[in-house]
Design a protein around this ligand. Structure first.
Ligand SMILES: [Zn+2]
Length: 328
């Protein structure tokens, strides 16, 4: 947001304040608001603002999605230009464990830095959001972003395959028509082996709600350990079956989410014994199934589970999302 002093008079004083407020901001369309207790003055200032900007080739969109909002405040003596967010959609892969999806301050110190977070002020070293921030924010002339993921995975889970769709919202950008391919390439070379992004393209704000409301399944690859030896036959018996799963909100997320029984499905497509107490399974899970609990059983709160099916207590040691499957 850029604010310019404005003495409250129309004519040169107004146009100079507008020019100074929009200086450096790329925009094609605009919306104009005027604050004045004097109704007649309000109307004339708006008319003047609109015709001035239109005469320099900008489109007035009073009821649309403008690139910039101009606020003329005759009472407090300023003109403000507020660039509206730019939305970029794409898909990401997370290729290393310990990377969060979004930036989070350390909940103990709220970002100031403490012994719990080793003075970093945050809990994960890196997030997908920060990787994109580091390249896109400076390019767009923005200071902050919002990251809208199509669901999310825990920081210790890899996101492989075609990646997870997201919308990256650039807040108050100075620029709004940069070529995205070169920026995508920079992100991918700086974060090689950690975070990769694909298919970046501009989108409308409405895509955020669309992504949030999309149902999708996921194919997981899990490495599990068992308390007792598992037989190859028992493991093979799970393959190809479709399980109807009743899942209560897991103990680990109970504090954050409402308790409810969810009906989900899981299909085990591959199973492989790695050692007597260690195996690997591939699971196609319906939207929202908590997979770590489908393995462990979560003390009977997820039924059935890999543990209950094998009759042996099992634990998910490593988890990767192999693919997101839409329409499941
Ligand atoms: Zn801290």
């Amino acid at each position: 947001m850029v604010r310019a002093k404005f003495g409250g008079f129309s004519g040169n004083q107004l146009t100079e304040a507008i020019l100074s407020a929009v200086s450096g901001i790329e925009f094609k369309s605009f919306e104009a608001g005027v604050h004045s207790r004097d109704e007649a003055k309000k109307l004339s200032l708006r008319r003047e603002t609109v015709s001035f900007l239109e005469s320099s080739g900008h489109e007035y969109v009073p009821n649309g999605s403008p690139d910039v909002c101009i606020l003329v405040d005759a009472e407090n003596g300023f003109v403000e230009a507020i660039p509206q967010s730019v939305f970029v959609e794409g898909a990401y892969n997370k290729l290393k464990r310990g990377i969060a999806q979004t930036f989070h301050y350390c909940y103990k110190c709220k970002g100031r830095g403490c012994t719990f977070c080793s003075g970093k002020g945050k809990l994960s070293e890196l997030s997908v959001q920060e990787a994109i921030d580091s390249v896109l924010l400076s390019a767009f002339g923005s200071r902050e972003s919002r990251f809208h993921g199509c669901g999310r995975e825990d920081a210790d889970v890899l996101m492989l395959g075609k990646g997870r769709p997201f919308v990256f919202e650039v807040i108050e950008p100075q620029k709004r028509s940069l070529a995205l391919r070169p920026l995508e390439n920079i992100v991918n070379s700086v974060f090689l082996g950690k975070v990769q992004v694909h298919g970046l393209k501009y989108c409308k704000k409405e895509r955020v709600a669309e992504l949030k409301n999309t149902e999708f399944g996921k194919i997981y690859s899990t490495k599990c350990s068992a308390k007792k030896p598992v037989s190859r036959e028992a493991l093979a018996g799970l393959v190809g079956k479709q399980f109807h799963v009743l899942q209560q909100t897991p103990e680990r997320v109970e504090k954050r989410r409402a308790m409810k029984d969810r009906e989900k499905s899981a299909q085990i497509s591959k199973a492989e014994l790695l050692a007597s107490g260690s195996f690997h399974v591939e699971i196609l899970a319906s939207h929202g199934l908590y997979i770590k609990e489908f393995v462990s059983g979560d003390n009977g709160r997820t039924r059935p589970s890999v543990s209950s099916l094998l009759g042996i207590e099992c634990h998910c040691d490593e988890l990767d999302v192999l693919e997101i499957v839409f329409g499941k």
